[in-house]
Design a protein around this ligand. Sequence first.
Ligand code: ADP
Ligand code: MG
Length: 235
Amino acid sequence: MSIELKNVTYTYSPGTAYEIHALKDINLSIPDGQFIGIIGHTGSGKSTLIQHFNALIRPTSGTITYNGEDIWGEKYDRRTLRSEVGLVFQYPEHQLFENDVLSDVCFGPMNQGLSREEAEVEAKKALQHVGFKEENYSKSPFELSGGQKKRVAIAGVLAMNPKILILDEPTAGLDPKGRDDILDQIAELHKVRGITIILVSHSMEDIAKYAERLIVVNDGEIAYDDAPKAVFAHY
Ligand code: ADP
Ligand code: MG
């Protein structure tokens, strides 16, 4: 069971003066249960790459399969895919929109068909998992600190019980304490729930501490894909 990318390319604004080849012939296999770090300079293609994993972006060419099925097949259920492969965006503002924290985190599970009561059970579990305090459940997501917003955004995805959790720079802009907190909780989820974690980060330190596999993206290509130690020996 895995995500497989075969010869995937992605071009923004093809055929125009603004054409950008963001991904070039990517081949990648992501088996269940790994903790993967993705690293690379700004603009190297990391965010474009991970948005292919849950079909938010359709490749310009190449194929992507999830558990052996082409996710761009005509009858493929991409809605289910997006709840199994959860993506937390770099800017939590992009995924927070309800009036209060609890409703926000309930949105995903309700969208999956749970009642509000059932969704609350999942939402509370997820909020607990990311260390978000119950006394703040009724606050507006927009009055929270950066770190708290990140937690709510992560909980919103976790509440759908994804099999794969992708986080795009979850620690950017946080202080060291907040950063360690969030990463420790993610590592715990990996251990306890056995979820595959894909962590995009620009921090070598974070990756070295948590990931068992490191993918280095450079100018739309995979420069290295190996155990962090082996990659650090070159990079
Ligand atoms: P990273 O996440 O590694 O910073 P991105 O995937 O965001 O890299 O960007 C890869 C390349 O694609 C960059 O050259 C970036 O400017 C370009 N790009 C990203 N998003 C868009 C977009 N929506 N429209 C046009 N170009 C984009
Ligand atoms: Mg990015």
